[in-house]
Design a protein around this ligand. Structure first.
Ligand code: PLP
Length: 502
């Protein structure tokens, strides 16, 4: 821990004094830098018991100012023990949320300016920068021009916006797709609208569908199988849509995923796109995790067929060195999108909006208020350039290949799903005939309770498996190898104590 020199509590309570701001901000930066320096010393998964913090903090609020020094001491003593260390190089759970120096500095600028860029006039630079970085990203991903802002200042066409999460992006596209259909068939037909995804589609789709008023009975979670690599099958979607139409229902939204959360599967965009087109459904592409990898030419083919999609989203805070939060959403038909989400209250009227030559991003999202996320993404893009970003993705994929080989070299284990990016699904008990879920649950518990690494699990086509997701910025090959040694050792102990489990 850095030991800061004392700052008087009264001084620290000066609200935005530039000298104080400078001193205290330096102190917090030193604190965070120190945290990163020692991050490997903490148990990755926090070992605290529920309610631990209430026992440590005062029962009621502070009445007089306290020094930053004292507050940071409490962060150190009470908050850090209750953190699960997502930036630890031994964090292999869920999907990582990347941090980088540029991402952090971008967050500082975003928080430092603390503007609210809901329409163009409320901060022209923020709006214009957002449109520029969204186009840069679209170019980097080789998205069709239909997803980019029109160069001729046309008021219709495509474009992109930064949201905080995929959930928001999906809710907004569901709203646009819903209103597009209902404006044709009548708003009282909402009970007939049907949403489609696979049993591997992220739960955010089901939640989003509920939020926008789709009946839970009209949510189709189509089964995937081991044989087809857990991919959503176009023929199954087609059959489900045809069946629904025969029942008088209206297929209106299909979600395809590039890099599913459970196993990293890639749904076949090209064929799903044709099915969506045939039935007039909005096709959304959720590339929350794997979208970042698509900037590498060797992964870009996963986006083939994207021209059939109505919208695409990806969380750059997962794998693009962009600190939380930053979700890109591109839409082809921004007129439909904006008309579903726009409001025009008197207190926001202004001449720039009225001349229709500007973007008012409040009409591209749920909330009115919004953060200056584009400055963060701009910093990341400029500080690293596409070369460094590709190198970062590739090195994680290489590490995943190292881990995959280690699993394959141990006959007690098996790789449980095809690896597409930097996540390996594996399980103990190489005989696929037997249910090894109890064994693997126990292994997961044993591994995580060492505090040396953190992994999570999934179930696909009824098979319980462990997920080893690589992507924390500080992870090196030595961390991956050390993690595997811990997993092997815990498996050995488990099997020695209870060989009947295998
Ligand atoms: N979609 C996929 C494929 C994901 O992996 C995730 C989260 O990991 C989400 C959606 C949810 O993202 P958010 O938390 O940004 O809503």
């Amino acid at each position: 821990m850095a030991t800061p020199t004392s700052i008087d509590a009264k001084e620290s309570a000066r609200l935005l004094d530039s000298q104080e701001f400078c001193q205290q901000a330096h102190r917090v930066v030193d604190f965070i830098a120190d945290y990163y320096k020692h991050i490997e010393e903490y148990p990755v998964l926090s070992p605290v018991e529920p309610g631990y913090l209430r026992r440590q903090l005062p029962e009621t609020f502070p009445t007089s100012p306290e020094s930053i020094e004292k507050i940071l001491l409490d962060v150190n003593n009470s908050i850090i023990p209750g953190l699960t260390h997502w930036q630890s190089p031994n964090f292999f759970a869920y999907f990582q949320t990347n941090a980088s120096t540029a991402g952090f500095l971008g967050e500082m600028l975003c928080g430092g300016f603390n503007i609210v860029c809901f329409n163009w006039v409320s901060s022209p630079a923020a709006t214009e920068l957002e449109a520029i970085v969204m186009d840069w990203m679209a170019q980097m991903l080789k998205l069709p021009p239909a997803f980019m802002f029109p160069t001729n200042n046309a008021s219709h066409g495509g474009g992109g916006v930064l949201h905080g999460s995929t959930c928001e992006a999906i809710v907004c596209t569901l709203v646009a797709a819903r209103d597009k259909v209902l404006s044709k068939v009548g708003f009282d037909n909402i009970t007939k609208l049907v949403v489609y995804g696979s049993d591997q589609t992220h739960s955010t789709l089901e939640k989003g569908a509920r939020i926008v008023g789709i009946s839970p009975q009209n949510f189709r979670s189509l089964p995937t199988s081991t044989a087809t690599g857990y991919r959503l099958q176009p023929l199954a979607v087609q059959a489900a849509m045809a069946d629904d139409i025969a029942k008088g229902l209206i297929p209106f939204y299909l979600c395809a995923t590039i890099g599913t959360t459970g196993v990293g599967a890639v749904d076949p965009l090209e064929d799903l796109g044709l099915v969506a087109k045939r039935y007039g459904a909005w096709l959304h592409v959720d590339a929350a995790y794997a979208g970042s990898a698509l900037i590498c030419p060797e992964f870009r083919h996963h986006l083939d067929g994207v021209e059939h999609a109505s919208s695409v989203s990806m969380n750059l805070h997962k794998w693009f060195l962009t600190n939380m939060d930053c979700c890109c959403l591109w839409i082809k038909d921004t007129t439909t999108f904006v008309s579903a989400l726009s409001t025009n209250p008197e207190y926001l009227r202004n001449s720039a909006t009225e001349c229709k030559k500007v973007i008012d991003y409040k009409d591209w999202q749920i909330a009115l208020s919004r953060r200056f996320r584009s400055i963060k993404l701009w910093l990341v893009l400029r500080a690293y350039g596409v070369d460094k970003l590709r190198e970062h993705i590739r090195s994680d994929v290489m590490l995943a290949m190292v881990f995959e080989k280690l699993v394959m070299a141990d006959a007690r284990f098996e790789v449980a799903a095809p690896r597409r990016f930097a996540m390996v699904c594996f399980r103990l008990g190489a005989n696929g005939e037997h249910d090894q879920s109890m064994l693997n649950r126990k292994l997961l518990e044993a591994v995580n309770s060492t505090g040396k690494l953190y992994i999570t699990h999934t179930v696909a086509a009824g098979v319980y498996m462990l997920r080893f997701a690589i992507g924390a910025t500080l992870t090196e090959e030595r961390h991956v190898r050390a993690a595997w040694t811990v997993i092997q050792e815990e498996a050995r102990l488990l099997l020695t104590q209870r060989p009947q489990l295998l």
